[in-house]
Ligand binder design. Structure first.
Ligand code: PMP
Length: 404
């Protein structure tokens, strides 16, 4: 057809493109520390034992079928997922919650909703959303696709390799009143730097005083500390302070359900009438976009969280993942010092979550890839889950060589 001749080749995805290069690399020394997916101590993907057990039960249960879910997904799953995020005692009767296609799909539906219903500041054609600088790369594209005006607030100080708290406060203060503020609920990607409790409290006050809308992206609940309850602190604190938060919840990392596309989008409303109206609008966004969500992942989460034994097993599995990642973080810094690095790597030790945000330049990253076949994003971010006893010394020596 004529028009196809004019379709230009698009650029590869910055993260998934690197993953492809890793796969096609023939160097036996190659290491993949690019993508944020958990690997076990032998470098293999890990299906959580609690998830496997739930799948076995589902397979044996004659009531399991492949029927369509409702537009808003499995209501039992949504209820359990909301309680997982907001707390067992949360009043879900005022939370408009809908199943979503993992965190990405939740961000997309949430962004669409906000773009449609948040009043635009005077003279603006689009609803502004402020995302941290830096942030997960896909955020910018997602919210642009939602028709939002994507802006950045300072988040990280590359000079000190620490949170730029003063920058956050200044930029959120200067944002027009009523802006949407995207917050990483915990274990900020890519920096691994979260505000302290006191800073979260002050940010909550500031956001309230400006009439901003807090939009939490929770992709790592349980991955930061190993305890999903502790990791929900910021979200729950904002709700307790009266914020009508929006939450994009992903079960990709904490349940290891990456490819099952399991999550929720929710909006904390002020009463059941608001909840009903908001939920009706979320469904109107989902129906022409994908009609209804996939059911396997939500069946798994529902099965795990409705059974005491499986829930306990799950919490142990999650703790194990977080502990292995934390051990790799500490070991990486230890080995860097052992092989003679005189750099200050204390920021890596202090960071939390899945990544080490090393502070290496793009040029250093390029050398790691071209000379050592270590595949990472060009912002110097290393997925600690890609490290294990077999490759950590190799990686540390290579990092020392390029940063010396
Ligand atoms: N938000 C953040 C901050 C993430 O890091 C990710 C995954 N890399 C996501 C959302 C979404 O992931 P998924 O769509 O697989 O849930």
């Amino acid at each position: 057809s004529r028009y196809l001749r004019d379709v230009p080749e698009g650029p590869p995805d910055p993260i998934l493109g690197i993953n492809e290069s890793y796969k096609s690399c023939a160097d036996p020394r190659k290491v993949n520390v690019c993508v944020g997916a958990y690997r076990d101590a032998r470098g293999r993907p890990w299906v959580l034992p609690a998830v496997r057990d739930a799948e076995r039960r589902l397979l044996d249960d004659p009531a399991t079928n492949k029927e369509y879910a409702p537009i808003a997904g499995d209501p039992t799953f949504v209820d359990l997922a909301l309680k997982f995020a907001y707390g067992a005692d949360a009043d879900v009767s005022v939370i408009a919650g809908m199943q979503a296609l993992s965190g990405t799909g939740a961000c997309r539906v949430g962004g669409h909703f906000l773009s449609r219903f948040v009043p635009r500041p005077a003279g603006r054609a689009k609803v502004p959303i402020y995302v941290p600088d830096p942030t997960w790369g896909n955020h910018v594209a997602i919210f642009e696709e939602c028709g939002m005006d994507v802006r950045r607030y300072r988040y990280y100080d590359a000079g000190t390799n620490r949170l730029n708290y003063a920058g956050i406060v200044e930029d959120l203060t200067n944002a027009p009143d009523g802006s949407v503020i995207l917050l990483h609920a915990c274990a900020h990607n890519p920096t691994g730097c979260d505000p302290t409790f006191e800073q979260w409290d002050a940010i909550s006050e500031l956001i309230a005083s400006k009439g901003h809308v807090a939009f939490f992206d929770s992709a790592y609940q349980g991955f930061a500390s190993g305890d999903a309850e502790a990791d929900a602190f910021a979200l729950r604190h904002f709700v307790s302070r009266g914020h009508n938060v929006v939450l994009a919840q992903s079960f990709a990392k904490n349940f290891g359900l990456y490819g099952e596309r399991t999550g929720t989008i929710s909006v904390v409303c002020s009463n059941p009438e608001e909840r009903s109206a908001v939920l009706s609008q979320l469904k109107l966004i989902a129906r022409p976009m994908y009609s209804s969500p996939p059911v396997h992942g939500s069946n798994i989460v529902r099965t795990v969280l409705t059974d005491k034994g499986l829930t306990g097993e799950y919490y142990n599995n999650c703790r194990e993942m977080a502990a292995r990642i934390r051990a790799m973080r500490e070991r990486l810094v230890d080995v860097l010092l052992e092989v003679g690095s005189s750099h200050d790597w204390s920021h890596v030790t202090e960071q939390i979550g899945m990544f080490a945000y090393t502070g290496m330049s793009s040029e250093m990253c390029d050398v790691l890839t071209s000379e050592y076949s270590i595949f990472l994003t060009r912002d110097g971010r290393i997925s600690l889950a890609g490290l294990n006893d077999d490759n950590i010394e190799y990686v540390a020596r290579a990092i020392h060589a390029v940063t010396d």
